[in-house]
Design a binder for this molecule. Structure first.
Ligand code: DC
Length: 239
């Protein structure tokens, strides 16, 4: 059980795109009264900024790395809590939660997230957000680079097809327009490749992370699994 006197820890959840990290992270945060931070939303917000300021074209083509690096210190990213318990991403004070989920952002985000200057800036912001601990953060490099000292690290996996089906259903539910399952699958496979092979902070399972393939798990089974690990971590810190 998580009580007010429990030690407050950092939970790092990493894995491929659409592996269900954010759902898992959000539900754990709400169950234990921690803050949830979606680090992918921060990379998406910077990508939206680049697209809107002509620092990159569709698909991340012609990315102006120097121009974006110069703009970074002036960009602010915040999270605004919503009445329903969710939170919206703010880029320079503007609510961009819907826009950052569009395929045009997904298609340009990988090259932006591979830029060392972007990673340095966002890593510093993420570390600041976790200073008081008591957070659940999901991403690609949270357990390896952002919080190598996180008390609980999860590495989530699921097949590319399962993940593409999830994202496709999500996009349809949001009425995100004309997009086929095949296009979503191609984007997932392409981003997997970039996430895994980029020079700076590639997606990699931390040596001390617990692996989970959730392809055939229900949300409830996943919640129970994670809560058990969380409780176990808290207990072991009390000893
Ligand atoms: O989790 P997501 O699909 O919303 O993430 C968007 C992109 O940001 C993804 O293509 C990889 C990148 N990303 C990253 O490089 N490091 C993180 N910690 C989180 C996301």
């Amino acid at each position: 059980m998580n009580t007010p006197t429990s030690p407050r820890i950092i939970v790092a959840i990493d894995g491929f795109s659409s592996s269900g990290k954010s759902t898992m992270a959000r539900r754990l945060a709400s169950a234990v009264g921690y803050r949830y931070i979606d680090s992918g939303a921060m990379y998406r917000a910077v990508t939206l900024y680049a697209l809107e300021h002509d620092l990159c074209g569709p698909g991340g083509e012609g990315l102006d790395a120097d121009g974006l690096a110069a703009a970074l210190p002036g960009i602010t990213i915040d999270f605004a809590p919503q009445p329903d318990g969710s939170q919206h991403t703010l880029l320079d004070g503007r609510d961009v939660e819907s826009e950052i989920r569009l395929l045009r952002v997904s298609e340009a985000v990988s090259p932006v997230a591979a830029l060392p200057a972007v990673r340095r800036r966002l890593t510093a912001m993420q570390q600041e957000l976790g200073r008081g601990r008591g957070i659940v953060m999901d991403g690609r490099d949270i357990g390896t680079t952002v919080f190598p000292d996180a008390e609980l690290k999860i590495y989530l996996d699921a097949s590319a097809e399962t993940r593409a089906r999830r994202r496709f259903t999500e996009l349809m539910a949001k009425g995100a327009g004309e997009v086929s399952y095949e296009e979503v699958l191609a984007n997932v496979v392409h981003r997997d490749e970039i996430d895994r092979t980029r020079a700076e902070s590639p997606l990699r399972r931390a040596d001390d992370a617990i692996g989970l393939d959730n392809s055939s798990m229900t949300l409830e089974e996943q919640d129970r699994w994670l809560l058990e690990r969380f409780d176990h971590t808290i207990q072991s810190l009390r000893r």
